[in-house]
Design a binder for this molecule. Structure first.
Ligand code: KMH
Ligand code: ZN
Length: 282
């Protein structure tokens, strides 16, 4: 084969498993194993790292379970995770639907490796999840000031186009990576056509991950794995069931399940070091 050009195999790169252990919407009434405190969230993340997760998407809660914007909770959670694992710590700047943008920025105070950013708004179930363009610019600047790279959370096509415009205008620093989110009521639906439409809108060569809410989650993640996604996301933020009608015992059980699925589809699981390189964080 020497001297001939060869296509890069679709399965060449291992898959980064991201775990979102807590989120802002799920309650303990819905999922009794939901971690609330920094200790619980960190313990869950570390257990997920042992099961194959290389990155963790963090929200924090008050002890009674309400979504929190307390930077100390983010700090304690991240310190505990870092003491016990090399996984990439990523904070949400989406927070919960009723937080102000300043509250949503509180995770940046904990010096995470990575942060999410919204580049547009949508209905979120019965609520509004609002991020105006000036607010996106404010979040991007707050992250850039702290040298924290960003991952765009795209809930529909327009969010990708808005992010591309920000990149072109030099308004997003630290590289460009996108998490495609399917199935939020009010956002793009969880269907194969929607995944290919979102995938087609991405600039070549950027890291991209797939998140899906609801009953099509594993099918959407499978499609992402087969289309060469950099990573896939699981965890109680997105789905509390291990199969129809059966609650997962833990976030780690969901990580084990997606790791098995990934291998059965012909791809390997990324280590934390590989995930840093695949997310272009080195
Ligand atoms: N809780 C949602 C309103 C993100 O983390 O950036 C926002 C969310 C997305 O979970
Ligand atoms: Zn989130």
């Amino acid at each position: 084969m020497s001297g001939m050009l060869r296509a890069r195999n679709w399965d060449a790169d291992p898959v980064v498993i991201v775990v979102a252990p807590t989120g802002a919407e799920v309650t303990r009434a819905m999922q009794p194993a939901l971690p609330h405190t920094p200790n619980e969230i960190a313990a869950s993340a570390v257990e997920c790292a042992a099961a194959g997760a290389a990155a963790v998407h963090l929200h924090v809660r008050e002890p009674d379970g309400r979504p929190s914007a307390n930077p100390d909770y983010f700090r304690q959670t991240i310190e505990r995770i870092r003491r016990q694992s090399d996984m990439i710590t990523m904070v949400s700047t989406g927070g919960s639907v009723d937080m102000t943008v300043e509250e949503r920025l509180s995770g940046l105070e904990a010096a995470p490796y990575l942060a999410g950013i919204e580049t547009g708004s949508l209905n979120f179930g019965d609520d509004l999840f609002l991020t105006s363009r000036p607010q996106s610019l404010h979040i991007a600047k707050a992250a850039a000031d702290r040298c924290i790279p960003l991952e765009v959370e795209a809930f529909e096509l327009g969010h990708i186009h808005a992010a591309i415009r920000m990149i072109e205008a030099g308004e997003l620093s630290g590289g460009f990576r996108v998490n495609l989110v399917f199935g939020v009521p009010g956002g793009i639906d969880a269907s194969p056509d929607s995944l290919t439409a979102m995938h087609r809108a991405l600039p070549a060569g950027i890291p991209w991950t797939v998140t899906a809410i609801g009953r099509h989650q594993r099918r959407m993640l499978s499609l992402g794995i087969l289309l060469g996604a950099t990573g896939v996301r699981v965890g109680f933020e997105d789905n509390i069931y291990v199969r129809k009608g059966q609650l997962a015992r833990s976030n780690a059980e969901l990580v084990e399940q997606i790791a098995d699925l990934t291998r059965s589809l012909g791809r390997q699981i990324a280590t934390c070091a590989e995930a840093r390189s695949l997310f272009q964080l080195n």
